[in-house]
Ligand binder design. Structure first.
Ligand code: ACO
Length: 412
């Protein structure tokens, strides 16, 4: 309604790119993906080599600072991160106020935001200046402290979100364990007395954390950068990323895969499910990717890790259905034509289920490692040459022209 006069038409060339299919918003040196060839590299290192030879914290250092750490750097880095796992006592009160059935992702998102309230030094606006400047040792040290805290406390927040629903006390992060070992210890998720993490499961979780640590500008990372571009503190930016990851098209997909497999039940029901997907009545969760047009290279690593885990936990009863579904989709013309192949989430849910994590906790297991990638991109943006430019896209306005207000009793 309302005709728009010529002089109100928006001027200039504006490109509409729904879903950002072709829009690059930053120059980056962090992660390289070739979606056609199924290649993923962190700072130039192939993901397969890192999964085989590195560990999550070492790779985190690589992602954030650009090179593999020396032995001394590694020791310092790990010590700082694990030391920063402890929480302020008041945060326990905050967590206890959640309902017994609160979704862990809601708690985690709030938890990251809450952390910001404890560290006002991270909020540049309080000082009326850009806090983080490359080459300025004091500002870089402040930035590093937020990085240690966020990576260190990610596991603690996640474990708190897990335990609060069970009405159990929170556990102080232990000393002498690895990052994933400490996480499993804090979760004590099987409820055993004096729980000691199984080394095979601890290693498997570490590999899963490593391959989930970054994936360039996915929806959640973009959200972190979009939010961070206003120069807000990193806790608020990470909370925003966490909220974005929660959706079923992104981090909620591994949970959706298990629900899908449960609904399919036996392998003999796979063909009718595939037909329903082709009629667009269902989605094949864990398949398809915006960037990969072949198998996601991480899916092979996850598949291999699954076999290691099943040796300890026993095979998941849904594995055969998952394999039948995978094989049927990979040779079906519908999926071949659209270049739909398994993404990282197709197999990861089966591992988490076998390890005893509840379904709605799966996205949390994605956020904890992804905090690393979000911070790597945030740091890169904050320190980029020329400073940060606020991310403010434009729209193409297609609404009404100027109209005059009509009082309620005169409206028809
Ligand atoms: N099942 C069935 N059909 C699919 C699927 C799927 N999983 N994914 C895409 N398609 C179809 C689309 O319907 C579309 O068909 P059309 O061209 O006939 O209309 C075509 O394939 C292209 O798909 P788009 O939706 O345009 O691809 P887009 O890049 O926008 O979406 C996404 C990517 C969201 C990942 C999509 O593939 C999807 O929904 N997959 C299932 C959810 C999932 O596994 N998400 C995890 C992503 S990875 C991660 O976050 C770690």
């Amino acid at each position: 309604p309302g005709e728009r006069p010529e002089n109100e038409t928006e001027k200039g060339l504006r490109v509409q790119d729904k879903g950002f299919l072709n829009t690059a918003v930053i120059h980056s040196t962090i992660t390289y993906i070739d979606g056609e060839a199924g290649v993923l590299r962190y700072r130039g290192y192939p993901i397969e080599q890192l999964a085989e030879r590195s560990n999550h914290l070492e790779t985190a250092y690589l992602l954030i600072y650009g090179s593999l750490p020396t032995k001394d750097q590694s020791k310092y880095w790990e010590t700082e991160i694990l030391r920063h796992g402890t929480m302020h006592a008041d945060s326990e009160e905050f967590f206890r106020s959640f309902r017994y059935d609160a979704h862990p992702m809601s708690m985690l998102t709030s938890g990251f935001s809450m952390l910001g309230s404890f560290y006002p030094e991270a909020n540049p606006s309080l000082k009326g200046q850009r806090l983080y400047t490359d080459g300025d040792a004091a500002s870089l040290a402040t930035m590093d402290r937020q990085i240690y805290r966020l990576i260190g406390k990610a596991t603690t927040l996640a474990a708190m979100a897990y335990r609060v629903r069970q009405g159990r006390d929170f556990v102080t992060p232990p000393t002498g364990l690895s990052y994933t070992g400490s996480f499993l210890y804090q979760m004590d998720h099987l409820g055993e007395e004096n729980y000691v993490p199984n080394p095979i499961l601890e290693k498997a979780l570490d590999v899963l954390f490593l391959i989930h640590a970054d994936h360039e500008l996915n929806a959640s990372c973009t959200t972190v950068l979009q939010t961070g571009s206003s120069l807000v503190d990193p806790y608020s930016a990470i909370a925003a990323g966490c909220a974005s990851l929660y959706g079923p098209l992104h981090g909620g997909a591994n949970e959706a895969v298990i629900r899908m497999l449960i609904s399919i039940g036996k392998p003999e029901n796979v063909p009718s499910f595939i037909e329903a997907v082709k009629r667009r009545e269902k989605t094949l969760s864990g398949f398809g990717h915006r960037v990969y047009k072949t198998s996601d290279p991480r899916s092979f690593i996850v598949r291999k890790t699954a076999d290691e885990v099943f040796k300890v936990t026993g095979k998941d009863e849904l594995l055969e259905t998952a394999m039948a579904l995978h094989d049927a989709a990979m040779k079906d013309e519908y999926f071949i034509k659209r270049k739909l192949a398994p993404n990282v989430d197709f197999w990861s849910g089966l591992i988490y289920r076998a390890m005893g994590f509840p379904l709605d906790f799966f996205p949390v297991l994605f956020v904890v490692p992804r905090v690393v990638g979000w911070l790597a991109h945030w740091r890169q943006m904050m320190l980029q040459e020329g400073g940060v430019k606020i991310w403010r896209p434009r729209q193409v306005y297609v609404g009404a022209g100027k109209r005059d207000y009509v009082p309620a009793d005169e409206r028809t």
